[in-house]
Design a protein around this ligand. Structure first.
Ligand SMILES: [Fe+2]
Ligand SMILES: [Fe+2]
Length: 390
């Protein structure tokens, strides 16, 4: 039994590009906290509220454990003292950090989510707890993180499945954005690639030089190939098109001839980008593909059929759909965001796929959809992220 989930968008603070209104803001550079100029008014778990010595008017700053300053929260909750407000804000943000969430009880998670229902890290922890014990394997098809950091939240969320999880990276895990997230220091392509490789090692996946891998489960008559649909690299920093690239397609053709693959009844491929355009629901057109599509999708589909792929599992569009495209022999499972939900307006869900004599799949819901504002994927595909989209 497989649980296919996607697009977790975990992050250090649980904020996401899909909900920029609730982004955690912090300074781009490490703050000046020189003790000859600043004295500590309050500190807890590495957070500090500092007061500038000798300043004529009260001047304070809130600095996080990484050394970056955060804007002071405005007056609310009857807290008039700026130090109290800063301390309260620090406790609130720290409680939702990826590293603070492991081992929390269901009740504690419920309480955290009451205060911040859109926090992706909290949503991830709650959704992962809903996976039943009869799941043999969890597969995650990319956008594991929102901006290349937050893997510790995923490790905590799926700890009980350790050794039984497969994943592939998505554009958010590999590419850069023209917008700034709360991640510090600011992400780089190299840093993102490194963090994905570390996570793959934690999963026990051995990546080929082209970025692909195969796992074989003889006792279940199943073989699974994972592909990196961002392997080609990012062509323009404001475009998030994917491509498998020729080295990976060649690896796929070759691996597709091996007995470990051809001898299995169920032959699955995981990748992040979609192979065919997806409408967002009944009566809705497939959205524009600019900045979002898999550039070599047709070539990929051709190879999938050549090597006898039985099912293609992907994410990326935050749409839940099962289909068998005309002229192809594989079934497609598109999983929506496991944390934010489905673009159709539907709640978050995963695909529960039983691989026995036949392949039987069911959509299983996990909690209610997040109510988010602006959507970074929509901005990318419409080209409104930058006036000049080249
Ligand atoms: Fe996504
Ligand atoms: Fe994506």
């Amino acid at each position: 039994m497989i649980a296919h989930a996607s697009d977790l968008h975990a992050s250090d603070f649980g904020d996401t590009f899909h909900d920029v209104r609730h982004a955690v803001k912090r300074s781009a550079r490490v703050a000046d906290t020189d003790p000859s100029r600043w004295e500590v008014y309050w500190q807890e778990s590495g957070w500090r509220v500092l007061h500038k010595k000798g300043a004529r008017r009260a001047k304070i700053q809130l600095v996080d454990p990484d050394g970056y300053s955060h804007p002071l929260p405005s007056k609310k909750d009857n807290l008039t003292d700026p130090v109290d407000r800063a301390a309260q804000y620090a406790c609130r943000v720290e409680a939702r950090r990826a590293r603070s969430l492991s081992g929390l009880s269901q009740g504690a998670l419920d309480r955290l989510s009451e205060g911040t229902p859109n926090n992706v890290n909290v949503r991830l922890m709650r959704a992962a707890r809903e996976l039943p014990a009869d799941i043999d394997l969890v597969v995650l098809t990319g956008d594991l993180t929102d901006d290349g950091s937050g893997y510790d939240a995923i490790r905590s969320a799926f700890e009980r499945f350790k050794g039984r999880i497969l994943a592939v990276p998505g554009n958010h895990d590999r590419y850069l954005f023209p917008l700034q997230s709360s991640l510090r220091p600011r992400p780089t392509h190299e840093g993102k690639a490194e963090r994905w490789k570390e996570f793959a090692a934690w999963l026990g996946i051995e990546l080929a030089p082209c970025g692909a891998y195969m796992k074989s489960y003889p006792e279940r008559d199943v073989a699974i190939i994972g592909l990196d649909s961002c392997a080609r690299g990012q062509r323009r920093f404001y475009r998030h098109n994917g491509a498998l690239g020729e080295p990976q397609l060649a690896w796929l053709r070759e691996t597709g001839k091996s007995a470990a693959w051809t001898g299995k009844k169920h032959r699955l491929v995981l990748l992040h980008h979609h192979v065919v355009p997806l409408p967002l629901g009944v009566g809705k057109k497939a959205p524009s593909e600019i900045g979002m599509r898999l550039d070599d999708g047709n070539a990929a589909a051709e190879v999938f059929d050549q090597i006898g792929v039985t099912a293609v599992l992907h994410g990326h569009r935050h749409v839940s759909e099962q289909r068998r495209p005309a002229g192809s022999h594989f079934t497609i499972f598109a999983a929506p965001s496991f944390t934010l939900g489905c673009k159709s307006g539907d709640d978050p869900s995963y695909w529960r796929i039983e691989l026995g004599d036949r392949m039987v799949a069911e959509r299983v819901y996990v909690g209610a959809k997040a109510v988010v504002g602006e959507d970074v994927d929509a901005a990318l595909e419409s080209g409104t992220m930058l006036a000049d989209d080249g």
